[in-house]
Write a protein that binds this ligand. Structure first.
Ligand SMILES: Nc1ncnc2c1ncn2[C@@H]1O[C@H](COP(=O)(O)OP(=O)(O)O)[C@@H](O)[C@H]1O
Ligand SMILES: [Mg+2]
Length: 332
């Protein structure tokens, strides 16, 4: 890996390269514990994980708002530690805290930003970005009157005004209702194509990222525990999940599944639900459930559904113990 200026670059550097990045806040526990990943030109890359995993901290470092404790982060060929201004010029950022002025209209908000950042051809750029996020009709209305989804769209338009190479979005769908969330994801994918921008997006809605991201890194407790295409991660787990609803003692069902049973992966228990990943067909799975007499052993409901990134996360973070031991621990 080279940084800009080190050599006459034959081809542009990757938009993002992160190597062994760590962050420990003063007096705190490590928030990021040595993560590494790279994002290629034009990718939509997802940083997925539960609350507290270290997503915002990582994006904070990449956008120069947070100082790393160790490791390196290279954005558009520039090191965040030594070239923060160049890094900021290369990225457009949408963070949780809104930067919109509610007293102004949508268009005025974009104007203000375009002038501040001396965006060339500002008038045309503002108009075309309003169009790109579907706000042309509402451009003259006060931001105060916008819905949550419209505000998020305006923030994305603002972030893209300066034609950044990389768009960074921290939980863009947080707090929006499911339909609006889905619309926003579709818009992010469309913008990637239309604006030719590389996208780094964080979310704790693992399933939503599945159809949107080209590749995802799953982060938990400051560490990347998996990195691949969503299809690759789900495929490695198993195409389907046999899901059993337990009412009472799960030990009978877990014992039957602990076999091991040919075609079934290790059972995972979350609360009253036991999930078993498998590549067997739905029909075969129903047959297996019958043969193991799971209903008699305490499974109140039996369902087969497609596996998701959520299941991948559960599988990766479930204690690496036999299911029966897990059950004993959970029941204790
Ligand atoms: N400014 C801060 N000072 C101290 N601890 C922080 C600060 N910001 C985040 N943390 C801690 O770092 C960990 C990771 O947080 P964060 O990066 O916000 O995760 P996420 O965005 O995935 O929810 C959490 O344990 C959080 O409490
Ligand atoms: Mg966060």
């Amino acid at each position: 890996m080279t940084t800009k200026g080190a050599s006459p670059a034959a081809r542009p550097p990757d938009p993002l390269v992160v190597e062994g990045l760590t962050k420990t806040y003063p007096g705190g526990v490590p928030a990021v514990r040595g993560i590494s990943f790279q994002v290629s030109e034009g990718e939509v890359f997802g940083l997925l994980g539960p609350n507290g995993a270290g997503k915002t901290t990582t994006l904070g470092i990449l956008t120069t708002l947070v100082r790393p404790s160790g490791g390196r982060a290279i954005v558009d060929g520039y090191d965040v530690a030594t070239s923060p201004l160049e890094v900021r010029r290369a990225i457009g950022v949408v963070f949780q805290d809104s930067v919109l002025d509610a007293d102004f209209t949508g268009a005025q908000n974009l104007w203000l930003h375009a002038r501040l950042w001396r965006v060339p051809g500002a008038a045309q750029r503002v108009a075309s970005m309003l169009e790109a996020v579907g706000l042309t009709e509402r451009a003259g209305d006060g931001v105060r009157t916008y819905s949550g989804g419209m505000k998020r769209r305006l923030e994305i338009a603002r972030a893209l005004l300066g034609r950044p190479r990389i768009l960074v979005l921290d939980e863009p769908t947080l707090g929006l209702d499911p339909i609006v969330r889905n619309e926003l994801w579709q818009m992010i994918r469309a913008l990637r194509r239309e604006q030719q921008v590389t996208v780094l997006v964080s979310t704790h809605y693992l399933e939503e990222a599945e159809g949107v991201c080209d590749r995802v890194a799953i982060i938990d407790k400051g560490e990347i525990i998996a990195l691949d295409t969503p299809a690759g991660l789900v495929g490695a787990l198993g195409a389907r999940i046999l899901e059993l609803g337990i009412d009472g003692d799960p030990s009978g069902v877990l014992a039957a599944l602990a076999g091991p049973v040919p075609g079934l992966s290790e059972a995972m228990q979350v609360g009253p639900t036991i999930s078993v990943p498998s590549d067997l067909s739905a029909t075969e799975l129903t047959e297996v459930a019958n043969r193991l007499r799971l209903a008699e052993r305490g499974a109140k409901t039996t369902m087969v559904r497609p596996a998701t990134l959520n299941d991948v996360f559960l599988h990766l973070t479930s204690p690496a113990r036999p299911a029966t031991a897990t059950a004993a621990g959970a029941a204790a």
